[in-house]
Design a protein around this ligand. Sequence first.
Ligand code: HEM
Length: 441
Amino acid sequence: MLYMLYPLSFALLGLSFLLLRWLKFESLPTTVLTGLMGQVGRSRRFTLSTPDFVNEGYRKYSKGFARPFVLPTTWMRGGAVMVLPPSLVPLLTRPDKMSACEWRNIYGLVENIQLPYVVLDPNVYLNVLQFEPVRRKMQSRDMGHLAPITAEEIDEAFRGIWGTQTEWKTINGWEAALGNIAQLRHLALMALRAKYFQSRFVKEGTRAGGGGADPSMGSRQGRWSERAPSQLDARRIALRFVSLLIPLIFAICYVFAHCVFDILGSPARLDHKTGLASSEAINELFRVDSALRESMRMSGVFVTNLFRDVTTGELDIGNGIRVGPGIRTTFPTQNIHLDPDNYENPQEYDALRFSRPFEDAKGHVEERELVTTTTPTFLPFSYGRNACPGRWFAAQVIKQALAYIVQNYNVKLVREAVKRMALANAMVPPVNTQIKIQQKR
Ligand code: HEM
């Protein structure tokens, strides 16, 4: 299914190319020439050079003056976004709706992952009922019971895709990561489906009061069928699964593949000998956790992220600037992660950056930053009210898979990873990276 996204991405970019409109943010600096510069040239440049433009804006406006700048884009409706300075990250902790102003993340979120071009039903991609079970049922405390099942699935996936041969073999690292992660999706769907959307829901939802094995499910079905019978449409339920699968498979695979390549290119050695089938065992994986957090810091999926659309009222962002309805804001997340004021030697992948201070018990354990800990300078899972509720599940699975590799395989990069490239706001995944693998004897 992921492969469907590439042609769709190009179709979308082509469409944007034709439809790009120049949104006027009067009095704010932009990172390119304004005026009548050709739409065509602008679209082409932004398709390939978004990181350069954001770097320039970050240096000139975010850092120097704590001011926003305007980034013309080819990927957003309206054609431009307002990039807020890092000093405004704490705004993400405010409630979406306040008396002075409402802002919402959903429009930018679904557009950034191109959901409207994959799932055509706005009642699915804007009315995101499918987020609820993730928000309510996938907090860290709920994830431990999934560990034995994911451990088993990981073992099965690796044996099938990486194989059990003791001779070296060369494989495409990205495709192998995708295959391994894709097998795990059934599990997450099982977890979600069990709560809300299982097939019984459709069959029994129309019966008075439901009557399934789970009484709370039955009454919920009854309520839903009274209030919104259209939500019991099987096609719509299937589309809700699809719209969860996209972040699930793509994001986990992307992060996992990058982390494998980053670790292979680094001198740090991760050792893991205990089991992977309990949350206690996974919680002990501090070095693996650090290697993953460091990889996510360096190898983000997007150049800018954490979109918010002002929908009513005005948002006061300081310096006398008030942002009104219709404006979409975002943050320069990649620059924040690579800023030397935030991280020492930020361009260097240091797998043990976050675990080292605690190795010799000098660090206070309660200050330990795990991959799921969001801070104003670590934003891959966002920050504040809408921070990713799937992150404990994602982190648990990726750490299990990384530790599984450490335990079971010798792995080498065939050649050094190539320079990362951007396509519009997204960083192109390392689709051509070859690795050599051999099962440990
Ligand atoms: C490594 C993998 C993942 C990454 C990097 C990631 C990252 C993100 C980011 C950046 C957001 C945007 C938050 C915002 O607008 O401020 C988000 C939202 C969300 N993610 Fe994830 N995510 C990942 C995996 C998952 C998984 C596995 C699930 C579900 C099982 C999930 C479910 C969600 C949901 C439901 C939201 C919307 C939250 C809201 O609007 O309140 N994510 N994620």
